[in-house]
Write a new protein. Structure first.
Length: 532
C-alpha cells in the first residue's frame, strides 16, 4: 500500500512540475527535489512491504514512509488551493507555506533514508506499465450472466421454488405466515440463489408483484416499508413523503391480501427486523410469500417459528472444481475437459484450499482467469496459499492473492469501495468519476481518464472483486456492488493503511469517534429509529 501511495504522490508532483511552471515560481526546485526523493525511495517499498509482514522494524519503516507520503500529498493539495487564488498575497503565502512544509518533509526523509542501510532493503525491479497490460487484456472481458456463479445448487433451487409456488405449503395458512428462509455462513451464495429464484420465469408468471429489499445490518421499519412500496407501479416518493408508519403497513397489507406478492428481504442480521415484519407476514393469506436470507438461524426462526429454515451447505469437491474452472476459464459450462491435463492436479489442490465456500472459489477463479494457464504459474499460486488456520481460507485468498496482485492504481480503486455503505448499488459512472477526482486514474497519452477507469472497473469485475448488478444497452456497467465479506476486507486494509476510515452515525450521534489519522473519512448515516 505504501508503494502505491508514494507512486500516486510522485505522479501528482510530476504533473505539477511539468504543467504548473508559473504557479511554482520560487519553489519549483524544492517541489522537484521532493518528487525525485519520493521516486527514489519508492524503489525500496516493494520489498519492504513484503518484509514488513515478518519484521516489525521494517513494518515501522514502511509506516514512516506512508506518513511522509500523506504529508506530501496534503501539502501539495493545500498549496494548489491557495496558489490558484487571484490574490497576490495568498499566492505568496502559499509559496512560503509549501517551502516550509517541504523543509519538514526533507528532515523526515533524511531519517528514513538513513534506515535503508540499517535494514538492508534491496531495490525492487520496475513493476512495468500494468495499465497497458490491462488495455491488451480488455478484449477478454466477457460479461457473465447474473447467475454465472451458481454451481451445484440445482436441488436447492428446485426445492425452494416448489416452496415459493406451493399454494398450501404453510399448514393452517389462515392462522400463520408463509415465510421461507435461506440460512448459511457468509460467502455461501445465499443472495445469488435468492436472486435467481426472484428472477425466474416461474416466479414472474406466478406472482403479480415481486419486491426485493436488501436489509443489511441496520435499518428502520419505516425505511424498509418505503423501499418496498417504491417498487410498486404508480407509487412515488412524493406520495409516501408524509405517510406515517401505520399508513405504510396498511398499504403493504392490502397488497399481500389482495394479490400474490413475493417479498424478498435479503441479508437480515437482526431479529427485530422480523419482529417489525410479523404483522405483514401474518397477512400473507392469498398465496403471497416472503423469502429471507440470513446468516443466523435465530433470525430465521423469529421470522416464522413454524417454518423450517433452509440451510445452505458448502459445495462438494465436484461442484467446487466446476465453479473454479468456470471462473478461471470463463466458460459457461466449464468442466474438467476445458482444463489442460497438466493443470488438473494443481487445480484440485487449489480447489481444496477453498473448503467448498463459493465466494472463495469465485475469487480464486477470477484471480486465475487473468493469469497464464501454465503449471508454473498455478503452482506458484498454490505455494502462496500456505495457511494453516481453519476458517481463514477466504480471507487469505483475498489478502494474499487478489489484493496483493492488483496493480498500484487498482489497489487504490478497490480500497475506495469501502467508503460505500453495505449492500449499496454503486452507479458505475459515478464510481469512475470519483476515482478520477481522487487522482487514482493516470493519464495515458490521449486516452480519456474515464476510459481507463472503465478498464479498471472491468478488470476488478473479471477478478470477481466486484459484481455487476446491471449493465446499460451498450454493455457498460450501470450499477455494481461488493460482497459484504469483500467490503469488510477493503475497510480493514484501508483503515490499517490509514487510507480510509468508515464511520457511521446512529440517530444523529457518531457511532465511532470521528477523530482519526486516516487520509479519508466516509460517514454512513443510519436511520435506526422506529416509527419516526
Amino acid at each position: 500500500m505504501a508503494e502505491t501511495l508514494v507512486k500516486l504522490v510522485v505522479t501528482k508532483l510530476s504533473d505539477l512540475v511539468t504543467h504548473e511552471v508559473q504557479l511554482l515560481r520560487g519553489v519549483r526546485d524544492k517541489v522537484s527535489w521532493l518528487e525525485n526523493e519520493l521516486r527514489w525511495i519508492k524503489g525500496f517499498l516493494k520489498d519492504a512491504d513484503a518484509k514488513g509482514k515478518r519484521d516489525e522494524r521494517v513494518k515501522n519503516w514502511v509506516i514512516d514512509v506512508t506518513e511522509v507520503a500523506y504529508q506530501a500529498e496534503a501539502t501539495i493539495d493545500a498549496f494548489l488551493v491557495q496558489v490558484r487564488s487571484s490574490s497576490i498575497f495568498n499566492r505568496l503565502k502559499a509559496r512560503r507555506y509549501v517551502s516550509k512544509e517541504i523543509g519538514k518533509i526533507k528532515e523526515k526523509l533524511n531519517e528514513i533514508k538513513a534506515r535503508i542501510k540499517l535494514y538492508r532493503i534491496q531495490l525492487s525491479g520496475d513493476d512495468g506499465d500494468a495499465l497497458n497490460l490491462m488495455t491488451v487484456r480488455r478484449r477478454h472481458f466477457l460479461p457473465q450472466p447474473d447467475d454465472a456463479d451458481i454451481v451445484g445448487r440445482f436441488n436447492d433451487e428446485k426445492i425452494l421454488l416448489e416452496r415459493l409456488l406451493m399454494n398450501h405449503h404453510c399448514q393452517q395458512q389462515q392462522q400463520g405466515s408463509c415465510v421461507i428462509s435461506i440460512v448459511g455462513i457468509g460467502g455461501l451464495g445465499k443472495t445469488t440463489l435468492a436472486r435467481k429464484l426472484y428472477r425466474s420465469n416461474d416466479a414472474s408468471n406466478h406472482f403479480h408483484q415481486r419486491i426485493w429489499v436488501t436489509v443489511s445490518q441496520e435499518n428502520s421499519l419505516k425505511g424498509l416499508l418505503k423501499k418496498m412500496l417504491l417498487q410498486v407501479p404508480g407509487i412515488t416518493i412524493n406520495y409516501l413523503e408524509n405517510k406515517e408508519e401505520n399508513d405504510l403497513i396498511d398499504m403493504i397489507n392490502v397488497l399481500v391480501r389482495t394479490e400474490r406478492i413475493l417479498i424478498v428481504l435479503d441479508d437480515i442480521w437482526r431479529e427485530d427486523v422480523c419482529i417489525w415484519m410479523q404483522g405483514i407476514f401474518r397477512n400473507m393469506n392469498n398465496g403471497s410469500r416472503a423469502l429471507i436470507t440470513t446468516r443466523f438461524h435465530n433470525v430465521a426462526k423469529r421470522a416464522d417459528p413454524r417454518s423450517t429454515p433452509y440451510q445452505l451447505s458448502l459445495l462438494n469437491e465436484d461442484e467446487s472444481m466446476k465453479l473454479l474452472l468456470k471462473k478461471a476459464f470463463l466458460y459457461e459450462d466449464a468442466a474438467a475437459n476445458c482444463c489442460p491435463s497438466e493443470l488438473l492436479d494443481i487445480g484440485h489442490r487449489l480447489m481444496r484450499k477453498c473448503g467448498g465456500l463459493p465466494l472463495a472459489l469465485v475469487v480464486l477463479g477470477g484471480f486465475l482467469s487473468i493469469k497464464d494457464k501454465t503449471p508454473v504459474v498455478w503452482r506458484r499460486v498454490l505455494e502462496t496459499m500456505d495457511w494453516d488456520t481453519e476458517g481463514r481460507e477466504c480471507q487469505e485468498i483475498l489478502a494474499v492473492l487478489s489484493y496483493e496482485d492488483l496493480p498500484h492504481q487498482m489497489k487504490l480503486c478497490f480500497l475506495y469501495l469501502g467508503a460505500y455503505p453495505d449492500d449499496y448499488e454503486i452507479p458505475g459512472k459515478e464510481l469512475i468519476r470519483k476515482w478520477v477526482a481522487e487522482g487514482f486514474i493516470p493519464q495515458q497519452g490521449n486516452k480519456m481518464m474515464e476510459e481507463t477507469g472503465e478498464i479498471i472497473l472491468e478488470e476488478l469485475i473479471q477478478r470477481s472483486l466486484i459484481h455487476v448488478n446491471d449493465r446499460t444497452s451498450n454493455g457498460s456497467v450501470k450499477t455494481c456492488g461488493v460482497h459484504d465479506l469483500l467490503l469488510d476486507f477493503t475497510r480493514s486494509v484501508a483503515k490499517k493503511d490509514r487510507f480510509l476510515t468508515v464511520c457511521s452515525t446512529q440517530n444523529d450521534q457518531p457511532a465511532v469517534s470521528l477523530t482519526t489519522s486516516s487520509h479519508r473519512v466516509a460517514i454512513n448515516i443510519i436511520d435506526n429509529t422506529l416509527g419516526q
